[in-house]
Design a binder for this molecule. Structure first.
Ligand code: ATP
Length: 669
């Protein structure tokens, strides 16, 4: 799929998208996380781009959500799903689901839904999902101890592109290579002509180096895995908890991650740890060893009475020997013990392989007081240890990077699978929380095909959009085929019935389960839902509304299946005029073969002025209890519901006088 062929993707966005590795695949699969990695593209935008790309793939014109109220119902459906994801990314991915008239698209999502409904969102899986998020690409890895060098302008450009983490230098002759070797620990020369160059330092001639960036900069793979350690570990945990088929061996990935510190350096290697500690602690260890020896010696001297014969003393003084040599002669054993203590301390502190020899060199057996280390030895030791540390670290980095570099794609697949699972679990939880079934849509069979017929048929539908808790929602059965007026008592549930129809139709066309025991909807191209108008309109607004309906009615093309839901349009003007207008609209929709439900308190009047026999259904009150209406929420087919005032007058007539009977007769005439 061409990036720029996606609707809404201009040259600038296409350019941003082209900067991610797998833009084509991401568009094909609606991979929001991958698209959101493009510079300047937010999750929401990525979801819209993905949706447009999917639409394009299914050749879908995408005007299903024809009015603002239909779009609101779609948004409410999405948020019911989105609140059931653990990760933000899965929530953004859910936004790629949209109601479509394309059977191929509905079938595609239904396959996903059928898999989703088999999932069991156990608490372990949900816990593990908490840590999963899309992988990030650390951009600022800079490696300063290495450089690439070439004399060729083209190779120079290739090197800069392929391995941006290191400096690339131009070298024309051996002298310049030697200069670089003084500034960098390692120089990798890309030109064959320098093979065999003899300069001091670590200079390698590797013409194929650009083919193996992981060898040149193991830091790249390490930085990627270090930055993504936590989401990767979480993705591993998700695979284990949900028993998913993993893209790679989970233990291998986990072991490799264990060997990596948060800053991208190797960890858990005893020898490296020892070397790091030895370099860091060398000066302190030598100083402490020195004090250990001196304390030892001081105590020994303090405790000792030194007796020396006069002739001996004289001979020593004549030879110009100081008190040191006197002490060393008299306290030879104590000296030995003190030096031994110093060496032991050093051996303990440094814990290196050949510490014995090092200790011996640091503290030689020449008695002096106070005991002093040999600085020359210590500074050579420091250099040796530093080199050993860096070599070991580099080797470990290379080994680890070569293990991890091969795992990079699989690791990304693991995270992707975990996020996909989160999306599936949201659908599974939505279906479980609202007792959903997969509806029949057009020629696509439903999970429970009891609900039959053209138009929209719902059995045991319970709307999750009501203002009461879902447990208190009473189930509704309703079937509309063609155009119908829906009458009913105040607060009987007429608006809620329209909401339920719209929600079922939208979810069904998204390929998702619907909150009903069974449902079947015809395949619809456009869903027009108009919410209740707030009060009488002025002349201008009234004219605009009539024009809207004019456009709708004349725009219903013979080959486009249209569903029209309208709530109490009568309030736009006075009742008589309203009845005429609504009757006219319904007649026109009827002629065009649309499916429509118009909720109205003027259903009787509209039917009376209509020239075609309009169907009227009714939500009836089955009685009054303590001043409250008891309502049967399911509309009764072909029945004009009695209004609330009529029911109240009837109740008064039951135990009242003739006046109430007279009123009641007016209703019945
Ligand atoms: N199926 C249902 N189960 C439980 N409660 C419901 C159901 N349908 C409606 N209700 C309750 O009745 C209230 C009124 O519903 P709704 O607004 O749909 O009635 P209405 O017939 O459109 O009212 P009005 O005549 O005033 O326009 C809702 O806010 C809800 O509390």
């Amino acid at each position: 799929m061409e990036l720029e062929s996606v609707p809404g993707v201009g040259a600038k966005t296409a350019d941003a998208l082209s900067q991610i590795d797998d833009a084509e695949r991401a568009l094909q699969e609606g991979d929001v996380a991958a698209l959101a990695r493009a510079p300047g593209i937010s999750d929401g935008r990525a979801a819209r781009i993905a949706r447009a790309a999917i639409r394009e793939r299914h050749d879908d014109p995408g005007d299903f959500l024809a009015t603002s109220r239909t779009r609101e119902i779609y948004q409410e459906a999405l948020s019911l799903l989105e609140t059931r994801t653990v990760t933000d990314d899965a929530a953004a991915r859910l936004e790629t689901l949209y109601p479509s008239a394309a059977e191929s698209r509905i079938r595609e999502v239904r396959e996903f839904t059928e898999e989703a409904l088999k999932r069991d969102p156990g608490p372990d899986v949900l816990d593990a999902l908490e840590g999963v998020k899309p992988l990030s690409t650390p951009s600022d890895v800079r490696v300063r101890d290495r450089c690439l060098a070439t004399s060729d302008a083209e190779r120079y450009a290739q090197a800069k592109e392929a391995i941006p983490e290191v400096s690339v230098e131009v070298v024309d002759d051996t002298r310049q290579v030697a200069e670089l070797a003084r500034s960098y620990a390692t120089v990798i020369v890309l030109d064959e002509q320098f093979a065999g160059v003899d300069v001091e330092g670590d200079v390698r001639v590797e013409p194929d180096a650009l083919d193996n960036p992981a060898e040149v900069v193991p830091e790249r793979a390490l930085a990627f895995f270090a930055a993504n350690r936590q989401p990767l570990q979480a993705a591993v945990a998700v695979h284990r908890a949900a028993d998913l088929d993993p893209a790679c061996d989970l233990d291998t990935l986990e072991d490799a991650l264990e060997k990596l510190a948060a800053d991208g350096t190797p960890r858990g290697d005893d020898e490296l740890d020892r070397l790091v500690t030895a370099v860091d602690d060398l000066d302190a260890a030598v100083a402490t060893a020195e004090s250990v020896a001196n304390d030892h010696l001081r105590e020994a001297i303090e405790e000792r009475d030194v007796t020396i014969e006069g002739t001996d003393l004289l001979s020593l003084v004549e030879r110009g020997a100081g008190v040191d040599s006197l002490l060393s002669r008299e306290l030879a054993d104590e000296y030995d013990a003190a030096i031994e203590a110093a060496r032991e301390h050093l051996i303990d502190a440094l814990r290196l392989e050949d510490t014995e020899a090092i200790a011996r060199r640091t503290f030689p057996e020449e008695p002096t007081y106070p005991v002093e280390h040999t600085e020359e030895v210590v500074s050579r030791l420091r250099e040796e240890l530093t080199t050993a540390r860096d070599r070991r670290a580099t080797r470990l980095k290379r080994d680890l990077a070569s293990d991890l570099a091969d795992l990079r794609e699989d690791a990304a697949s693991l995270v992707d699978a975990a996020l996909e699972l989160d999306m599936e679990l949201a659908v599974a939880r939505f279906a479980a929380d609202f007792d959903c079934t997969l509806p029949g849509v057009g020629s696509i069979e439903g999970a429970d095909d009891r609900a039959a017929g053209e138009g929209v048929a719902i059995e045991g539908g319970r709307s999750p959009l009501l203002d009461v808790s879902f447990a208190e929602v009473e189930p509704i059965d309703y079937h509309v085929d063609g155009v119908a007026l829906l009458s009913g008592v105040n607060s009987g549930g007429k608006t809620s019935t329209l909401d339920l129809i719209a929600l079922v139709v939208v979810l069904a066309h998204m390929g998702l389960p619907v909150p009903a025991d069974a449902a079947r909807v015809q395949r619809i191209d456009e869903c027009h839902y108009y919410a209740k108008t707030q009060g009488t309109l002025d002349a201008g607004a009234f004219e605009a509304t009539i024009r809207d309906f004019g456009d709708l009615v004349t725009g219903v093309a013979a080959d486009r299946e249209t569903l029209v839901l309208v709530d109490e349009l009568e309030s736009i003007t006075e009742p008589g005029a309203s009845a005429n207008i609504i009757a006219g609209i319904l007649e026109a929709l009827h002629e065009r073969g649309a499916t429509a439900v118009f909720v109205s308190h003027l259903a009787g009047e509209i039917r009376d002025v209509s020239s075609v026999g309009l169907a009227v259904d009714g939500i009836e009150a089955v009685g009054l209890e303590d001043g409250e209406l008891i309502v049967d929420r399911s509309p009764v087919k072909g029945k004009l519901a009695r209004s609330t005032p009529e029911l109240i007058v009837e109740k008064l007539a039951e135990d009242g006088d003739g006046f109430y009977h007279r009123l009641l007769e007016k209703f019945e005439s």
